[in-house]
Design a protein around this ligand. Sequence first.
Ligand code: HEM
Length: 260
Amino acid sequence: MDPLQSRSHFARAMPARLDMIQSVSGLILALFMWVHLLLVASILISKDAMYWVAGVMEARFLSADGHGYPWLVALFALLILVVFMVHGLLAMRKFPANWRQWQALDSHIRRMQHGDTTLWRWQAVTGFIMFFLGSAHLIIMAMDADKIGPHLSADRFISEGLWPMYLILLLSVEIHGVTGMYRLAVKWGLFDGDDPRRTRTRLKRLKIALTLFFLALGLATFAAYVKIGLEHAPQAGQRYQPGLDQSLAPGVHSPEGKHG
Ligand code: HEM
């Protein structure tokens, strides 16, 4: 084939390829977020449950000294950061580029009164918030991978003052993730079946149910970390030791290298 012709074919296929990368990276991130929220919510069962989950994440069971390998968590956080950046940058190419385009979009949304177009605006706003707060959270997780556990995580909410960031991030993630999955299903016609209109109504109901479920779970988890963070504030920075609740034993210091 003529090289000029093949180059123009490559250029023509580019937008579709970028669209596909955006969809796949979004799917990976949404699935990751649901698993992540379930793992972080282990604090609702007990501090020991969250301590155990953190231990599995850093493969504590594989290390002879029981310290685990926090760099595994750091590496994973950096990997997610890369997927996150790719997804965010690809999404930004569809943002209106200037004020006039924003105004045109706004009046279009008003005139159309079309639910899925309004959803796009919510995706753009929550995505923009997440681009900054999510990156900050991922960088903190990568740098403090050895400081994840029922007490040190709760200390981050209260003693390190990060609770407003977590609250805003939580609301954005819940809306963005489920809405994104719904839009993916509609865009690629995943569950169209015999009657796409009926399928879309069902998908909308599922979207609302999932959003409410993850919002309720996320807010309950948030409340649990805030409560522990408040109780643990006098001993902020002390790691959790299974079998010894330090909120009842002020002044107890965990041995070097213990996690939590
Ligand atoms: C490998 C990557 C990640 C790891 C290891 C991780 C780990 C954690 C941990 C341990 C917590 C508990 C609080 C703390 O220790 O500071 C937490 C909370 C949270 N994370 Fe992540 N996270 C990751 C990625 C993300 C991403 C990409 C997002 C969203 C963009 C996110 C959103 C949140 C939210 C909203 C909370 C608060 C949950 C709540 O209060 O219900 N995380 N994460």
